[in-house]
Write a protein that binds this ligand. Structure first.
Ligand SMILES: Cc1cc2nc3c(=O)[nH]c(=O)nc-3n(C[C@H](O)[C@H](O)[C@H](O)COP(=O)(O)OP(=O)(O)OC[C@H]3O[C@@H](n4cnc5c(N)ncnc54)[C@H](O)[C@@H]3O)c2cc1C
Length: 428
């Protein structure tokens, strides 16, 4: 009988895995591959800040799971997992509600032979008072859209009143830095679209970070350079500043100061999604992540795997695999190879994390980062257009895992052509 593999979460890890398994085993019915996601379209998460500011339009650049599944040999089910019962080899999907909160599909039970959880992560407020209520957490498509709507309202108001718009971002990791730089350039662009009363003087962007530098996880030179670029763009950096409370008006720091902000974004820390608190049968860490071994198998549970940001895999160095797109892609690649090996009754290989370095986009025109050389050369620093090209190539690699080489090339070309003719900003 054909075995059924159910993958929950169609992000950087889950969608790459479903696509490759579907093409290799799903089309030929050697495996039944099923992908479940709460959304109907996929946007690569490192592009969320671009959705938030309107540089990309999800209705054009988003991948439709249903269509993609049809063409790539997997079945897509729309739904949000709410629990799993490993002893019965099944998961439960929450009831689907319409806009009036009426149940249109009741709770569903989905059975599996193998289950892969790839639910991603969410920003970590570290229980900061008022953060959940007053901040947008830029960690999902819904939150990126919410930010976009708020930004459009604020721009409309600003154009009429010419008062002042202040945007505060907590966390100067990749997400915070990329969002701040992109926002700066958006304000430069909106004047072309009739917002003629808006200028840079009307906007303040605050980037607040508890560490003493931006991009604290990255090498000194990368932080230093990014910091210089942000300062040049006029972004106000608040380093070694701890946010103690968030109110409607802004951020209150541990030193008792207030940083006023009309729009407040929380982009610090990563933890597993809240829903994992329900998964009492699985080993869940204090950060809501699922503990997995070097084969991404959930510790102590048969036939369940976890990948990407929702998983905690401790490397031989004693450190966890970082919550990054390259790690999610590598985990998906290893699990794909191991499932393929299992189909041929060959031995499986343990996951080895390769850090290829990090690239941080400083809007459409530039990027900064470090790339890993070999043992002799160590890491080397890149910036400007070259770094930007490399940054784009990361997305290209993601597309290749989703479509295969040829289709990824055609898709990207089509995107470029559309971008040429389309408005540069989504202003609706
Ligand atoms: C703004 C931003 C910029 C970033 N930039 C970079 C970068 O430059 N480089 C880098 O390496 N990393 C970057 N990251 C981190 C990177 O995006 C993540 O590490 C990566 O996407 C993790 O992949 P994943 O598959 O684990 O989760 P995700 O890609 O987040 O996918 C999770 C999927 O699960 C679905 N899902 C969630 N809950 C449920 C549920 N209950 N039921 C069903 N489906 C569910 C979601 O809809 C989503 O499709 C960035 C992150 C953000 C937010």
């Amino acid at each position: 009988m054909t075995q059924k593999i159910v993958i929950v979460g169609g992000g950087a890890a889950g969608l790459a895995l479903a696509s490759r398994l579907g093409r290799k085993f799903g089309r030929s019915k050697q495996l039944e591959v099923c992908l479940i996601d709460k959304n109907t379209i996929h946007i690569w998460k490192p592009k969320l800040h671009e959705v938030a500011v309107g540089v990309i339009d999800q209705s054009i650049e988003g991948l439709q799971y249903r269509d993609h599944g049809l063409k790539n040999g997997y079945q897509y089910i729309r739904g949000s997992i709410e629990n799993c019962a490993p002893d019965q080899k099944c998961i439960y999907l929450a009831p689907v509600l319409n806009d009036d909160n009426e149940v249109i599909i009741p709770q569903r039970k989905i059975e599996y032979d193998y289950l892969v959880l790839a639910l991603g992560g969410v920003s970590n407020s570290f229980n900061t008072l008022g953060a959940e209520k007053n901040c947008i957490f830029l960690d999902s498509l819904e939150s990126a859209n919410r930010f976009h709507d708020k930004l459009l309202d604020a721009l409309l108001q600003l154009n009429e009143t010419q008062t002042h718009l202040s945007i505060g971002i907590v966390g100067a990791g990749a997400t915070g830095v990329e969002l701040a730089a992109e926002l700066h350039h958006v304000i430069e662009s909106v004047t072309q679209y009739g917002y003629t009363n808006i200028s840079k003087q009307h906007l303040e962007i605050h980037l607040i970070e508890a560490a003493d530098k931006v991009l604290p996880q990255l090498p000194e030179q990368v932080s230093f350079r990014a910091q210089a670029v942000l300062a040049k763009l006029g972004i106000k950096l608040h380093l070694t500043v701890q946010v103690k409370e968030v109110t409607k008006a802004g951020f209150i720091t541990a030193a008792g100061e207030t940083i006023n902000a009309n729009i407040k974004v929380w982009a610090a820390g990563v933890k597993g999604p809240k829903v994992l608190e329900n998964f009492s049968a699985l080993p869940i860490t204090a950060r809501n992540q699922i503990e997995v071994d070097h084969y991404m198998k959930v510790k102590g549970i048969d036939n369940i795997y976890a990948l990407g940001d929702c998983a905690q895999l401790i490397l031989d160095t004693g450190k966890p695999v970082p919550p990054r797109a390259q790690a999610a892609a590598q985990m998906a690649e290893t699990l794909f190879k191991n499932i393929s090996a299992q189909m041929k009754q060959q031995p499986q290989k343990a996951f080895v994390y390769k850090d290829y370095g990090s690239l941080v986009s400083l809007s459409r025109f530039s990027a900064v980062g470090n790339l890993m050389g070999n043992l002799r050369t160590g890491t080397f620093f890149v910036e400007g257009h070259l770094a930007r090209l490399m940054y784009i190539s990361l997305y290209q690699r993601h597309l290749i895992s989703l479509y295969g080489w040829f289709s990824a090339f055609v898709y990207r070309l089509a995107q470029r052509l559309l971008r040429w003719k389309r408005p540069k900003l989504k202003l609706h």
